[in-house]
Design a protein. Structure first.
Length: 225
């Protein structure tokens, strides 16, 4: 009968004289994986907690840590160690960068000449609406004749006085002496240039009817009824 080969290497617990039976506790040696897995588990848990904390801080509004992370991840500092201006003053950074890259002449030409004048000329379209003519001027130096064709004494004189008070310089008051009397008060004017003046006379004397007539003694004639 052959001797059984010992399962474990010799140690202080072996029996004397090469006996097969052993006393004490004998354990197999630990593998490399069994020694490393606790450290790997701790590292994995710590890494996961760190990622979760970073994600939470980046989602919190106005978080200084989140802003710092954004600056670091987006390259907020250039190679020279100076800030690119994207975090503190975006408008100033964009303006300075555009000016330095393109030059003063490029900025003026693109904005003033090309952008404003060129864009305005291209976008504007001729208007189809007719332009309003300038209002005709009232000439208070024309001759005005106020004729009384009514039965009220002094009506022509009172009308002439109103016109003189308004600034008319050549006003004559008279009685109706020829032709057919109109049924209502009317203001006649001679020539298109005197239309605005006749309308002013009609306004002062409260006469709604203004008529053009070529055969008149004065530039504007008023017949009161």
């Amino acid at each position: 009968m052959s001797k059984r080969k010992p399962e474990y290497p010799a140690d202080e617990f072996n029996l004397p004289n090469g006996a097969i039976e052993r006393a004490g506790v004998h354990r197999a040696g630990r593998s490399t994986w069994s020694s490393l897995w606790p450290f790997l588990a701790v590292f994995a848990i710590t890494f996961a907690l760190g990622l979760g904390a970073i994600n939470y801080l980046m989602q919190v509004p106005d978080s200084k840590v989140g802003n710092l992370i954004d600056q670091v991840t987006s390259g907020g500092t250039n190679d020279a160690g100076e800030s690119d201006g994207s975090s503190e003053d975006p408008e100033a950074g964009a303006t300075d960068g555009g000016t330095d890259a393109e030059g003063d002449g490029a900025t003026d030409g693109a904005t003033t000449d090309g952008g404003t004048e060129g864009g305005t000329d291209a976008s504007e379209e001729p208007s189809d609406e007719p332009t309003e003519d300038a209002p005709a001027e009232i000439n208070r130096n024309v001759s005005v004749r106020v004729v009384n064709a009514s039965t009220v004494t002094g009506a022509a004189a009172r009308g002439a006085e109103k016109l003189t008070t308004d600034g008319f310089t050549s006003v004559e008051a008279a009685n109706f002496d020829q032709g057919e009397k109109p049924t209502a008060s009317v203001v006649y004017y001679k020539g298109a240039d005197n239309k605005a003046t006749a309308e002013r006379v009609a306004e002062l004397l409260d006469i709604p009817q203004v008529v053009s007539a070529d055969t008149l003694r004065a530039d504007v004639s008023v017949v009161l009824r």
